[in-house]
Design a protein. Structure first.
Length: 185
């Protein structure tokens, strides 16, 4: 029974030590969510990948339209088709280049943030164990101080009881002395 109480008490102290670091857990969670869900969108917006994708799609449609209009009898249509094809390939290569930059930037930033989150997690674990150890030492100090003070407080309480009885006896003697002088006089 004593061992179970010991385990429950230490488990309670450990849980309270974890909850005492709530602010750091909140910071870690916010950074993790931002890194996981918001950062990729921000990088895509920064490099303009969606806008380039729509331009490539429009250039592809325009190229297909010009290709259908090109015929053997219209040599300028082949020139327009070639220009549209070059424009589409330039936009497509720019899109792929921006996607590559986006992927590299995402990889580097995510790696740096993950390293920072790992360091923050190690710091949180150290703070949790430090708070846990401090709670154990506080409890142990209180137990030792109580163990030392309890006998002294019992002795002091006995002395106070003895002094009260002596004081009461002195009051009774004084009251008895005053009553005897009043009855004689």
């Amino acid at each position: 029974m004593h061992f179970l109480k010991f385990l429950i008490l230490h488990f309670y102290r450990f849980i309270t030590s974890i909850f005492s670091q709530w602010f750091f857990f909140l910071i870690w969670g916010v950074i993790f969510v931002w890194n996981r869900f918001i950062l990729p969108d921000k990088i895509h917006v920064f490099f303009g990948i969606e806008a380039l994708q729509t331009k490539v799609d429009l250039a592809t449609k325009a190229t297909e339209l010009v290709k259908q209009m090109a015929g053997i009898s219209n040599p300028t249509a082949y020139l327009n088709y070639t220009n549209a094809l070059v424009n589409q390939s330039i936009l497509s290569s720019r899109l792929h280049l921006m996607q590559t930059f986006s992927n590299i930037s995402h990889f580097v930033l995510t790696g740096l943030i993950n390293i920072g989150l790992f360091c923050l997690l190690i710091y949180i674990v150290i703070r949790v164990f430090r708070a846990y150890r401090q709670k154990i030492y506080q409890h142990e100090s209180v137990r030792l101080i109580t163990k030392e003070l309890l006998p002294k407080l019992d002795n002091l309480n006995q002395e106070i009881k003895t002094l009260r009885t002596e004081l009461k006896a002195l009051k009774n003697d004084k009251n008895g002395f005053n009553d005897s002088t009043v009855t004689r006089g």
